[in-house]
Design a protein around this ligand. Structure first.
Ligand code: GTP
Ligand code: ZN
Length: 231
């Protein structure tokens, strides 16, 4: 499918889905059930609170203890409003774009974007940096919107590969161009702090759209971001 046809298709209301990911390719969608929004956030918090309470009681914790009595509610609120808030389409940032009046024609790189996500296999943190770039085809986007888009898709149960693709596809939609790239370098606490317990290793993923598939353009982007970030 041509990119223009794809843009027409994703703007068609019929293609709206539960978490507002109508423009995300099938293979990059989070596995979300159709009834994801059959209950409100407040109802979700109430249900999760009871589930967390149950887990802690099963582990043998005394939930009348001053320090722990608020924990089930705290965890439930944190899940729904913070860690997994990106499942709520109302929280999706407005990716406002404007005319490229100054005719800037080179790539723009937003690098070292702080990334906090959650591994969907273990529900443990993924901590790292995202680097995104695009070449304008007429529209430009507010810098902070790129950080916000990264944060929105990070706030879901994720695998890093999918997250990388979602960021690129959302920026392609917002900017109306295929010429978008993203590299993520992140530590998965499920690898660093448990299991194999390799504290040093990190995971690098990338997605290169349009002109970024070209070796020279890709090289320029990778040179700008030089993967020497410490986190
Ligand atoms: N591809 C991919 N794998 C991930 C990501 N996050 C975590 N994983 C891996 O998912 C895998 C889950 O494997 P399992 O064998 O079911 O889980 P496990 O028994 O806890 O595995 P260990 O971590 O090896 O102890 C692990 O190898 C994780 O490192 C991710 O973002 N992408
Ligand atoms: Zn994990």
């Amino acid at each position: 499918m041509k990119f223009a046809q794809y843009l027409l298709m994703i703007n068609n209301e019929e293609f709206q889905d539960e978490i507002g990911d109508n423009h995300i390719s099938t293979n990059a969608k989070n596995p979300v059930r159709e009834d994801a929004f059959s209950i409100t956030d407040e109802e979700k918090i109430e249900k999760i609170k009871k589930d967390v309470e149950n887990i802690l009681l099963t582990l043998g914790m005394d939930l009348t203890d001053d320090s722990m009595k608020g924990t089930p509610n705290r965890v439930a609120k944190m899940f729904v409003k913070e860690m997994f808030g990106g499942l709520n389409p109302d929280k999706k940032p407005k990716a406002s774009t404007f005319e490229n009046n100054y005719k800037y024609g080179e790539m723009l790189v937003e690098k070292n974007i702080t990334l906090y996500s959650t591994c969907e296999h273990h529900l443990l943190p993924i901590i790292g940096r995202a680097h995104v770039a695009y070449i304008s085809s007429g529209r430009v986007i507010g810098l902070s919107k790129m950080n916000r888009i990264v944060d929105h898709y990070a706030k879901r149960p994720q695998v890093q590969e999918r997250l990388t693709m979602q960021i690129v596809q959302e920026l392609q939609r917002a900017l109306g161009t295929e010429d978008v790239a993203c590299v993520i370098d992140a530590k998965h606490l499920c690898v660093n702090s448990r299991g194999i317990k390799d504290i040093e290793s990190s995971t690098v993923t990338s997605e290169f759209g349009g002109k970024f598939k070209d070796a020279q353009t890709k090289r320029e982007f990778l040179d700008y971001i030089k993967l020497d970030t410490q986190f």
